[in-house]
Design a binder for this molecule. Structure first.
Ligand code: OXD
Ligand code: MN
Length: 586
């Protein structure tokens, strides 16, 4: 029975059902009874495996197909009417042509299956940030995961009322045929279609597809921002909490930073770090003229390998109940394991493919992109403001990447416009750490390269415009935890010690500390970074903060080449900033 009388919802669900032809339709209401029923069905078909409920209460296991374990950027499309609106960094196809192609693939794809209709909200239902979506899917794994990752259930229909203002998402696993796998966005129609995949990043449509690609396009029209950023609060010994949002490309430790545990010396003084979000920030202008941010998600979809009691105890604790594990090792006693969890790989376990797995053969037990899907409320350091409908006020925005030599440990932009420039040229290098060889530079502006739902040049202009609209702007910084010495070793300890840098960033935001101006922006006076009990000498810190003009001249050439792709869409302000940098390096 449908749970709504909303005509736009009913008509769209009817139309989609006529195409995919399911045997039956189930309207998801979000109740525990219904979810429990779906878990039982999922377990009976093998789609889900119930884990040891004493060790991991409420936890389940899932495997995706062997050819379907990651986001597929080459098969991800932005289909707007004009190709130029998608820009040089997105795949594009004419919307009608794409729909014709997709309809051929979706036709009859749910024959013999049940179609689930999931109502969900990104952000707290009814809050100024909230946007609603409906996802149609033939996967129980998707329903159960959406129940963790979003605010899901019939309250969404109550909030939506008669409005046609919701994001339509159609997903079918179809045959899991990699050649016919498509993740497609129609930003002008608020529609997402995903087919032939069952991997979370491609099928939990609230996440990258809606909360970043579609939402970035909405934000441009409605004067707000959807960003690939973590949000955290730093509580100082006076009990004041100051917030920052930070963007890093995938695999730069975003979840670790979001859940950072300060070094003992800071904890003793009363410092705490609170996690508001680990992946996505929606940012709006508050009535007080500041930028306010919320995490639109309700859970974490984190990479399992490398997550341990040492690297990220908060993330690990988050997975101990009501979580779903995908493509990790399944142990004999219904527990889970992955590389980097501890040094005791289990015996008689099954690897991510479901095969008996023996550590002596040298193969990995968990897929490197295996995941946990965990409720945010499980996180020991979740912010008390996580559910605040107004979000949290941002004092700082931080960009970062993985650079072997070029970028110093931290620097501050001179102003908002310069900060947008710093974000627009963000990059990571693939480093062969063992040999110290420096790899290829991949530009990933604002960490949004795979997630911006429109022309990146227009997106930068939107950032610049937002700066004009916000009287009380956050300060913009860049960090690099990954500087290498000549032998290829990391110089900065990272992890909890990154707190020392965050402390300086906040001190700058509140005019509590001075800085040195360099060609690229402001860097800390070395004595202003607290090195007590860090094992890092002042000499090493000086080195970490140094700006090598010759390397930056090479960087300028790389930026010019990258910017050239955007033609007329490159905002003049960014062209100016590049000239300024070039001038400063003379
Ligand atoms: C993610 C990503 O999965 O950025 O969050 O790839
Ligand atoms: Mn991400």
């Amino acid at each position: 029975m449908s749970l709504t009388t909303n005509k736009a919802v009913l008509t769209w669900v009817d139309e989609m059902a006529a195409i995919v032809q399911p045997d039956s339709i189930v309207w998801i209401d979000g109740s525990e009874e219904q979810l429990e029923e779906l878990r039982a069905i999922g377990c009976s078909t093998g789609e889900m495996i119930k884990l040891n409920q004493e060790l991991l209460p409420g936890c389940y296991y899932h495997r995706s197909a062997v050819n379907d374990v990651a986001r597929v950027e080459d098969r991800t499309f932005i289909c707007c009417k004009n190709k130029e609106d998608a820009g040089p960094t997105n795949n594009w196809m004419d919307p009608q042509e794409m729909k014709n192609k997709l309809m051929g693939i979706f036709a009859g794809s749910m024959k013999g299956r049940t179609m689930y209709v999931i109502p969900y909200s990104m952000s707290v239902i009814g809050s100024p940030f909230a946007k609603y979506g409906i996802e149609i899917t033939d996967s129980i794994y998707v329903v159960l995961s959406m129940a963790i990752m979003t605010r899901m259930g019939k309250e969404v229909y109550d909030a939506l009322g008669d409005s046609p203002d919701f994001i339509k998402g159609l997903h079918s696993k179809a045959d899991l045929d990699a050649e016919k796998r498509y993740i497609v966005h129609f930003p002008e129609e608020n529609t997402i279609m995903s087919v032939n995949s069952g991997y979370g990043g491609n099928v939990l449509l609230g996440k990258k597809c809606f909360a970043l690609r579609i939402a970035s396009h909405l934000g441009k029209q409605e004067n707000w921002m959807a960003e690939h950023m973590l949000i955290l609060g730093i509580e100082n010994p006076k009990g004041e909490v100051r917030y920052l949002a930070a963007a890093f490309p995938s695999a730069c430790g975003k979840t670790n930073l979001a859940m950072l545990i300060p070094p003992e010396l800071y904890r003793k003084k009363g410092y705490k770090v609170w996690c508001v979000g680990d992946d996505i920030a929606w940012i709006r202008i508050g009535e007080d003229g500041r930028l306010w941010a919320t995490n639109p998600e309700n859970g974490f979809f984190g990479v399992a390998p490398g997550t341990s009691a040492k690297s990220n105890p908060n993330a690990l604790a988050s997975t101990k109940k009501n979580s779903i594990f995908t493509n990790v090792v399944l142990t004999e006693d219904g527990n889970v394991w992955w590389e980097g969890l501890d040094k005791n790989p289990p015996k008689n376990a099954l690897n991510w493919k479901g095969e008996p797995w023996d550590t002596t053969d040298g193969s990995k037990g968990a897929h490197p992109n295996s995941r946990f899907t965990a409720p945010a409320e499980n996180c020991p350091c979740i912010s008390s403001e996580f559910n605040n409908p107004q979000g949290v006020p941002l004092s700082a925005i931080v960009f970062g990447g993985r650079r072997a030599k070029t970028a110093p440990l931290v620097y501050q932009s001179r102003d908002w416009q310069h900060g947008v420039f710093v974000g627009s040229v963000m990059a990571s290098e693939t480093t062969a750490a063992a040999t110290g060889a420096v790899g290829v530079v991949r530009r990933d502006p604002m960490a949004m390269l795979p997630f911006c739902g429109y022309n990146m040049g227009d997106y930068w202009q939107h950032w610049l415009n937002m700066g004009e609209m916000v009287p009380n702007k956050p300060k913009i910084f860049n960090v690099n935890w990954f500087r290498l010495d000549d032998d290829g070793n990391f110089i900065w300890p990272g992890f909890g010690d990154n707190m020392r840098v965050l402390e300086w960033i906040m001190a700058r935001c509140f005019d509590e500390v001075d800085a040195d101006e360099t060609a690229i922006g402001f860097v800390p006076k070395p004595e202003d970074i607290n090195l007590e009990e860090s094992g890092v000498s002042l000499e090493t810190l000086r080195d970490l903060l140094s700006v090598d003009k010759e390397l930056w001249k090479t960087e300028v050439e790389g930026i010019k080449e990258f910017y050239a792709k955007f033609g007329d869409k490159l905002p003049t302000a960014l062209r100016e900033e590049l000239s300024k940098l070039e001038e400063n390096l003379k």
